[in-house]
Design a binder for this molecule. Structure first.
Ligand code: MG
Length: 390
């Protein structure tokens, strides 16, 4: 089949919410003139109004594919990389060469920073869209294209409890538990009473059989991480996520060896090389690839490598319109070692109507999108929130 890419359009999608991501602003957290604020608990910048970046690829015969990456901060930077730099190298290319295209686009910037940040995000959006076009051309789902679907639903864990008090957060978790969810994760930056009290209260409220993880948002020292692992042990944490600054790989390996609980990392990784640096040092037991950063190609490379080493794959999921989430669920469904997929309920429930198709999360499980390619497209509602970038 020769049906090359003929057109690329880029959109910035407004994902405005009533509440800031992770919950209301805490003391010393305020919005600056450009709409950003800094979470004091992890020193990370977030926009008050979320957004995302979506690309639409159209083949010569009119097959349309969609891709998405992070557009949270400075989305026009990523959009301009796609418009100015990547577009001429993708036009006229055949989607069947998707992995080769990915590698060639990486090579373009090898000496200027191809391993992270905005450039990798731009590649991820293009990569997802190319896989989507290819699936539609071959009349197969993404899962079929990459080796075959092993499951049509994936257990979802409830991520984040955006409420102001510990009592409200435990009650919110209990509501989800009553709705059929058996796994949870809370975030250190908004655990105002500290991770130990947060874990103790959740364990007490939810009972012994529910899984409870703690996302440490890269905030601890090595010693503090090992100490916290000891303190949390009586409450049987599911896993501790991202305990140290991402660049402290030796420290992460030390913590993973000394901690009794499982260590999970990977949401910020872009490529297999990020993964190998940690996996080869046995610095984690669970990996959390994020489709919005990796695209399909690197998601597969990272996950296949992790699975070959016996690690659990627990895909990450955060702020997006549903396009990269659909790709993540499709890809995740092909792996034996996926037992849960993150469920950002405050995002997904708000924007579920932004995509077409059967993708849903109900009673503790994601229902996978069906149809060819990634299985979803922007709905009419989402199109009303998309601005063409030119
Ligand atoms: Mg996290």
């Amino acid at each position: 089949m020769n049906d090359p890419i003929a057109k690329i359009d880029i959109f910035i999608v407004a994902l405005a919410q009533d509440e800031p991501y992770l919950g209301s602003l805490r003391n010393n957290e305020s919005i600056n003139q450009n709409g950003y604020f800094v979470r004091q608990g992890n020193r990370t910048v977030y926009p008050r109004n979320n957004r995302s970046l979506v690309v639409r690829l159209r083949s010569e015969s009119g097959v349309v594919g969609w891709g998405e990456t992070y557009g949270l901060v400075a989305p026009k930077a990523t959009a301009e990389i796609i418009r100015d730099l990547l577009t001429p190298f993708v036009l006229t290319r055949n989607p069947v060469d998707v992995e080769r295209i990915h590698d060639e686009l990486s090579d373009l910037m090898r000496v200027r920073g191809y391993v992270g940040g905005f450039y990798s995000d731009a590649l991820a959006a293009i990569d997802i869209a190319l896989w989507d076009v290819l699936g539609k051309q071959k009349q197969q789902s993404l899962a079929q294209l990459i080796g075959g679907q092993r499951m049509t639903s994936i257990p979802a864990y409830v991520s984040g409890l955006p409420r102001d008090t510990l009592l409200e957060r435990t009650e919110l978790a209990a509501q989800w538990a009553a709705d059929g969810y058996d796994a949870f994760k809370f975030a250190l930056p908004v655990a105002d009473d500290g991770p130990l009290k947060e874990m103790a209260a959740l364990r007490s409220r939810l009972g012994p059989s529910v899984k409870i993880a703690c996302d440490l948002h890269w905030a601890l020292s090595r010693q503090a991480a090992v100490s916290l692992d000891r303190e949390l042990e009586p409450f049987c944490p599911w896993f501790l996520e991202a305990p140290l600054a991402t660049e402290d790989i030796a420290g992460l390996a030390q913590v993973a060896h000394e901690a009794k609980g499982a260590i999970a990392v990977g949401e910020e990784w872009r490529t297999l090389f990020d993964a190998k640096l940690r996996i080869d040092r046995e610095a984690c037991q669970i990996i959390q690839p994020e489709m919005g950063h990796t695209g399909v190609t690197q998601f597969l490379r990272i996950s296949r490598y992790a699975e070959s080493k016996g690690l659990e794959i627990m895909p990450h999921s955060t702020i997006g319109s549903g396009i990269f989430l659909a790709a993540s669920l499709q890809a995740a469904s092909t792996f034996k070692n996926v037992r849960y997929h993150e469920f950002q309920h405050s995002i997904f429930r708000r924007f579920q109507s932004f995509t077409t198709g059967t993708m849903a999360c109900e009673s503790g499980d994601y229902m996978l999108p069906d149809g060819w390619g990634i299985g979803v497209e922007p709905s009419d509602e989402m199109q009303g929130h998309m601005t063409l970038y030119t």
